[in-house]
Design a protein around this ligand. Structure first.
Ligand code: ADE
Ligand code: ZN
Length: 338
């Protein structure tokens, strides 16, 4: 219908997509066989792409999903695997009018399998270069994420090693984030890591909080980690003071509506505080998170929000502008996007 066409035509910024979360069951099985990676034999979900896809429809929580997510991307080995994955994501995103993409990746879970930083970054950069040549209106940035289910020193080590590559300062990596399991992973655990990143000159810091965890995690991430953005952050709506603080500071939440429904954070789309955030002037963007696992890329997320909330054209203009001003790109690039 008309609004669907409007939403499709709306230029978009995506700030919350894990490149490892864009691997389809078909590609997963193809790469496993091509790279000689054995998939679990004691879990019938791994019998075929179809059984794996069927398992994705029954996720019970973030941690239940993460189990499959980490097994799934163990099939990524060579530069060309990372390049193909990222290029395919970028071309699909561009077909949905994504004009600026900031892409997360999980260095620790690759390096621990013997894949080097150079391999990952060479693949991602090749995809970026090819996509920006093929899709001239597209800008692309990459953000490494610390994994919270691994020991803190592992994450700190990853930061140190990436700092040594110089890629935070040569235009390759635009910021630093963290993801994976949330409950009991209080921001205070990562204070030193984030201080080290900031001291080294990494200006753009973010963290996944308020996805499953309480609003206090979001509040504490803002003060203890000095993040300028929160990934998910949906549970911030449970704290009036925090809502006011987010609005006042212009801190952007990178919401992932379909993800929250599929991982059972909410019972339905309507429970998301979209209207609350709009009315309180909390800046947010709408994103896909792990589209191959959750059954929707960015446009499907925009459409699902529209179906649940019946937003106006003015609401969408506000969302689209907020997503541009909240992007980690140059002022000049923002002017182009606006
Ligand atoms: N890694 C990939 N997707 C994630 C999510 N939704 N939350 C936390 N970590 C993730
Ligand atoms: Zn995420």
């Amino acid at each position: 219908d008309k609004l669907h066409r409007f939403l499709h035509a709306l230029p978009k910024c995506e700030h919350h997509v894990h490149i490892e979360g864009t691997i389809s069951p078909e590609l997963l099985f193809n790469l496993a066989s091509r790279n000689g990676i054995s998939l679990p034999t004691d879990d019938s979900a791994f019998e075929s792409p179809a059984t794996l896809q069927a398992r994705y429809d029954r996720f019970t929580s973030l941690d239940d999903f993460l189990h499959y997510y980490f097994i799934g991307f163990s099939v990524l080995v060579g530069v060309s695997d990372f390049e193909a994955l990222a290029y395919d994501y970028l071309s699909l995103a561009y077909s949905q009018k994504v004009h600026h993409a900031e892409i997360f990746f999980d260095p620790q879970a690759h390096v621990s399998r013997g894949v080097t930083y150079q391999t990952i970054i060479a693949g991602l950069n090749a995809a970026k270069q090819r996509a920006q040549r093929d899709f001239p209106r597209l800008s692309v940035e990459f953000i490494p994420c610390l994994l919270r289910h691994l020991p803190v020193p592992s994450g700190h080590g990853m930061l140190t090693e990436l700092l040594e590559t110089g890629h935070f300062f040569d235009g390759t990596l635009v910021g630093f984030g963290m993801s994976s399991t949330e409950l009991e992973m209080h921001p205070s655990l990562y204070k030193e890591v984030y201080e080290a990143a900031r001291a080294a000159g990494v200006a753009n810091l973010t963290a996944h909080y308020g996805e499953e965890g309480p609003s206090d995690y979001v509040k504490d991430a803002l003060t203890l980690l000095s993040v300028s953005r929160i990934d998910h952050g949906r549970r911030s709506a449970e704290d009036e003071e925090l809502i006011a603080q987010l609005a006042e500071t212009g801190t952007m939440l990178t919401l992932c509506p379909i993800s929250n429904v599929v991982l059972k954070g909410v019972g339905s789309m309507r429970e998301l505080p979209i209207r609350r955030f709009l009315d309180a002037n909390v800046k947010f963007s709408i994103n896909s998170d792990d589209p191959a696992y959750f059954g929707g890329y960015i446009l499907e997320n925009y459409c699902a929000v529209q179906e649940a909330f019946g937003l106006s054209v003015d609401d969408w203009a506000k969302i689209a502008r907020g997503a541009i001003t909240g992007s980690w790109c140059s002022h000049a690039r923002k002017e182009q996007l606006l």
